[in-house]
Design a protein around this ligand. Structure first.
Ligand SMILES: [Zn+2]
Length: 296
């Protein structure tokens, strides 16, 4: 497959860094699936992955590192202890990622860290001063577990990175317009985050029309902040804003708001461009968010 036909999206803030390569794949051209477990033909995935690596030009070949993603807050720092020191935990030849987790982190050139997505948010983080990169897979479970904030914490701890200097990029994912969630998800966020109401949009259906409501109005001066009821007898619907949830975690972790870029694209709205697990009822491919340090 000619690499010129691959449509990769790039974040402007990361594109400025000459030592780093990154991209968010789309479903173009054709059905550009990058995941073995949902593939009809593993050979096609091999071809697609090869084309992806080819599109991220580098003098020396990349070694692609993937994970068995489980919606956890488990972070893998590469090279892993006990590996061969070359970050070879995941032998892509047979397609089997050897380790489970939902975030990858390295300071080692030549490793291309990948997270696989179809609605969940792919988040790439870089520290230009220390030259450390991370790739994070954040669905509602990972977000609730604080995976992106924990990844920033590990970058500080392992490599002495400073959040103020870090850059972050959110690839296409399911946005609030399409991400209806159950009451138990809302309750999870309410229990964990003081600002939970900023992340949840409530829609209360009425006999005549559907009202789009603000999650929570600011209280009048001097009055206590009212607590809206999570449950409702009227069959309210709840929509989660994954982008805002992860943006807030990063800002609370110390990143500057202006250092965070988010793709405007919702995967469920744009199934012409992206795979969407939700919009395509589970029968779809996977895209990748990838980031790596270029070998000189
Ligand atoms: Zn949408």
């Amino acid at each position: 497959m000619p690499t010129t036909r691959i449509k990769l999206l790039r974040a402007p803030n990361l594109a400025r860094l000459c030592w780093l390569a990154h991209g968010f794949s789309t479903r173009a051209p054709g059905a550009f699936n990058l995941n073995y477990s949902v593939a009809k033909s593993p050979a096609a995935v091999v071809r697609h992955r090869r084309a992806l690596l080819g599109a991220l030009t580098a003098r020396r070949p990349w070694q692609l590192v993937t994970l068995r993603q489980r919606h956890t807050d488990l972070i893998r720092v590469l090279p892993l202890e006990g590996s061969d020191g070359l970050g070879r935990p995941s032998r892509e030849r047979d397609g089997a990622a050897k380790f489970t987790g939902d975030a990858l982190l390295t300071d080692r050139p030549g490793l291309l860290l990948a997270v696989q997505v179809a609605d969940c948010l792919p988040i790439l983080i870089a520290d230009p001063a220390r030259r450390v990169v991370a790739a994070v897979h954040a669905g509602w479970r990972g977000t609730l577990a604080g995976i992106v904030a924990k990844t920033v914490g590990r970058m500080r701890q392992e490599f002495g990175c400073r959040p103020k200097r870090m850059l972050a990029a959110f690839g296409p994912g399911i946005h609030r317009c399409c991400y209806e969630v159950g009451r138990e998800v809302v309750e999870g966020f309410e229990a964990k985050f003081a600002y939970w109401d900023k992340l949840i949009l409530r829609i209360a259906p009425s006999p005549s029309q559907v009202h789009w409501q603000q999650p929570l109005m600011d209280p009048a001066p001097g009055l206590p902040r009212p607590r809206p009821a999570v449950t409702s007898p009227y069959g309210e619907k709840f929509f989660l804003d994954l982008v805002e949830a992860n943006r807030r975690q990063l800002v609370e972790a110390g990143l500057k708001a202006k250092s965070i870029w988010a793709s405007p694209d919702c995967t469920a709205c744009r199934t012409d461009l992206f795979f969407s697990h939700r919009a395509e009822r589970g029968k779809t491919g996977r895209m990748m968010g990838v980031v790596g340090i270029v070998q000189r």
